[in-house]
Design a binder for this molecule. Structure first.
Ligand SMILES: Nc1nc2c(ncn2[C@@H]2O[C@H](COP(=O)(O)OP(=O)(O)OP(=O)(O)O)[C@@H](O)[C@H]2O)c(=O)[nH]1
Ligand SMILES: [Mg+2]
Length: 413
């Protein structure tokens, strides 16, 4: 190659590089649809010069309809040079805001994303995109932003409603009104309201993000049968041999407004083998993480001594004592139960009787029956921690500073 053609090659390369940088500066793209194979996937492309990128990689099938105006959807192909990657439709949702609807094979999605990247587009996640979009909306304070992001994690429809209410009403509105009326309000009034919100938050969290329920009790009482009964399938092995369940098993189900993760655990027994001992350590771990405990007893037997360590372990928890095997002659002396096990319900897990009452009692214990979905609650740990600090604030000035932080601190994700 002579020196002249070397120079012109160099010039061409640098022209390409600078054109690429200029054409695509600040253009971002994200896969908007869920991961995995589906019929269709959508890639969002946004930012100044997004149109330039689209024009480079997209060839419309009808030349006479090549203009991508707002509100218009065009059929065509995405091309890497002369190679067609996929047939797609591209919608122009607003100025510099495009949605590429391609076929849902993740490999196709990946190829289009790579092509966008080669054209200087910055690839981001759908969550990052949401944050960018929300942050551009001027009227959103930090509580509103956090609540909008919390929507992504909601486990139930009721949970999404609670969170949606925190954007325009709930905590965002309450905190804004505290700040607005700070001169007229007593600090104690704010603190009382804070405590109410923190209490409601404990219940709301179970509805918003899901509830872990541990099924514990002595061997052979019917814990695995109960798990199968509540989740509606034969998930756990049931036999009449004590110690059948060694490793914990989990299953999900819906109880009223709760999305529940149930944990069936190894029976708690004092006469232990090494293996059983290890299994029971796991049971204690599960117990510690649980929001609610179902303590299962065999109602057809007189009450066995219950290990004090276990009673201590469950003492601070929401506990419902399940008196199982109600289809057999009832022998258990309810009056002899320790106080922590006083909240009882009789069922037969085998015959599926008493289960509706059990579900009702679970909802009552969790506090989610008749829960007002519009009330103010925290949707993040940051909000919760600030409200705890607010309940301990020594002066109105300190209180005001905490409320300002609650509303205006930069979003951390
Ligand atoms: N009559 C009657 N038998 C039941 C009931 N629930 C469970 N059983 C029986 O009790 C035995 C033990 O049931 P499991 O569900 O395996 O008990 P478990 O508490 O999981 O036992 P481990 O895993 O050994 O701790 C089985 O034979 C079940 O069929 C019930 O409501 N009534
Ligand atoms: Mg079992």
């Amino acid at each position: 190659m002579d020196s002249k053609s070397k120079t012109s090659n160099k010039q061409r390369l640098s022209a390409v590089a600078s054109a690429k940088a200029e054409a695509t500066s600040n253009v971002i793209a994200a896969v908007m649809t869920g991961k995995g194979a589906g019929a269709i996937s959508t890639i969002g492309v946004f930012g100044k010069k997004a149109e330039t990128v689209i024009q480079k990689i997209f060839i419309p099938s009808k030349n006479n309809q090549s203009q991508l105006k707002t509100g218009r959807v065009l059929l065509g192909t995405i091309n890497d040079g002369s190679e067609i990657i996929d047939q797609v439709t591209i919608g122009c949702e607003a100025n510099n805001c495009y949605a590429i609807n391609c076929h849902g094979n993740p490999l196709i999605v990946e190829m289009i994303m790579q092509l966008l990247s080669q054209n200087g587009v910055k690839l981001i996640t759908a969550k990052e995109l949401l944050i960018k979009t929300f942050c551009q909306q001027e009227n959103l304070n930090t509580i509103k932003l956090e609540s909008k992001l919390a929507q992504l994690k909601a486990a139930t429809i009721e949970g999404t409603k609670i969170i949606a209410n925190q954007v325009d009403f709930g905590l965002a509105k309450t905190a804004a009104s505290w700040l607005e009326n700070i001169n007229d309000l007593q600090l104690d009034e704010i603190k009382t309201e804070c405590e109410k919100i923190l209490k409601a938050t404990q219940t709301a969290k179970l509805i918003m993000y899901g509830c872990k329920i541990a099924i514990v009790g002595q061997p052979n009482t019917g814990k695995s049968t109960l798990l199968n009964c509540l989740c509606g399938r034969q998930k756990a092995i049931v036999t009449n041999v004590r110690g059948t369940t060694r490793d914990w098993i989990s299953a999900t189900c819906k109880i009223g407004s709760l999305s529940v993760e149930l944990f069936d655990t190894a029976g708690l027994d004092e006469k232990l083998s090494v293996l059983e001992e290890a299994a029971q350590k796991e049971t204690v771990n599960i117990l510690r993480q649980a929001d609610l405990v179902l303590f299962v007893l065999d109602g057809s037997e007189s009450i066995e001594k219950i290990d004090k360590k276990i009673l201590d372990e469950i003492s601070g928890k929401l506990v419902l004592t399940v008196l199982n095997k109600s289809d057999l002659k009832f022998q258990l002396e309810i009056g002899k139960l320790p106080p922590v096990l006083n909240n009882t319900v009789k069922i037969s897990a085998k015959l599926d009787t008493g289960i509706d009452e059990l579900r009702e009692k679970i909802l009552k214990l969790a506090g989610t029956d008749n829960f007002d979905l519009r009330q103010a609650v925290c949707t993040t740990t940051r909000q919760e921690n600030l409200l705890i600090r607010l309940t301990n604030a020594k002066s109105k000035d300190i209180g005001g500073a905490i409320i300002t932080e609650l509303l205006n601190a930069p979003l951390s994700v």
